[in-house]
Design a binder for this molecule. Structure first.
Ligand SMILES: NC(=O)c1ccc[n+]([C@@H]2O[C@H](COP(=O)([O-])OP(=O)(O)OC[C@H]3O[C@@H](n4cnc5c(N)ncnc54)[C@H](OP(=O)(O)O)[C@@H]3O)[C@@H](O)[C@H]2O)c1
Length: 216
């Protein structure tokens, strides 16, 4: 798969590197050409260049940007992103006295803001729950089982493409339904990062029975 990455920092090189090692044709774009070049070398990406070039490259495009910047960048690139799968891995968090909180409490989820900014892109929320270091592992796992990667989106083709990408990384796609579920994924990041920052193990909080069929 051709994957364009917007941004050239930790998640771009970590997750982008895993995608490149899985055989995907990764292109890293950034506003600073030197950053894009350096990140592409780190990730083993096939190419690097501008944000516009990365958007135009991808069957899927990963927004690896600060949440505060991602909607504005999506709006600038809306033409190039039209019809493409736009994967949003962002978390709009800041650290308060008790741990991470939403930077813009009461605002719509970032995924919704990105979808509104680039209305013809097919936004999928995914990859926002794992630290960049996870992707340095050949087969990311959790408690000895393949890592589950939750995802949600409104376009079935884009969700299927993202699920295939997750599978190609040796992980298990966990389909949550439509993009309205992104709010809960973004809140889960606040919970998990807060627990980890407090020295707790967030995975230990989940012990649920399987109920009902998974959303298509
Ligand atoms: N790092 C992780 O482990 C992790 C895990 C899960 C999710 N996430 C999420 O993934 C996203 C990326 O995180 P990150 O840690 O890789 O890096 P980050 O510090 O959030 O993003 C830095 C990248 O975004 C670019 N950027 C910043 N403002 C921009 C703007 N206005 N226009 C265009 N590009 C801009 C920077 O370019 P310049 O170099 O030109 O400033 C740099 O390439 C974040 O939303 C984060 O919450 C991160």
């Amino acid at each position: 798969m051709r994957i364009g990455i917007l941004g050239a920092a930790g998640i771009a090189t970590g997750l982008g590197g895993a995608m490149a090692r899985a055989g995907h044709e990764v292109f890293i774009g950034a506003r600073n050409p030197g950053s894009a070049k350096e990140a592409a070398a780190t990730a083993g990406a096939a190419g690097h260049g501008t944000l516009d070039e990365a958007a135009a490259h991808g069957d899927a495009v990963l927004a690896a940007l600060p949440a505060g910047a991602a909607p504005a960048v999506a709006e600038l690139l809306a033409g190039a992103l039209a019809g493409r799968t736009l994967i949003d891995c962002t978390n709009d968090l800041t650290f308060g006295a008790d741990g991470p909180v939403f930077a813009d409490e009461g605002a719509p989820p970032v995924a919704r803001r990105i979808a509104d900014a680039a209305p013809d892109a097919h936004v999928v929320k995914a990859f926002n729950l794992c630290h960049e270091s996870v992707w340095s592992s050949a087969a990311p796992e959790s408690d000895g089982r393949p890592l589950g990667v939750p995802l949600c989106g409104d376009d079935s083709g884009a969700v299927a493409r993202t699920a295939g990408l997750i599978t190609s990384l040796g992980c298990t796609p966990l389909r949550l339904g439509g993009l309205s579920r992104a709010a809960y994924l973004e809140a889960t990041a606040a919970f998990a990062i807060g627990a980890a920052a407090a020295g707790a193990e967030p995975r230990l909080a989940f012990a649920l029975p399987m109920v009902g069929p998974a959303p298509a």
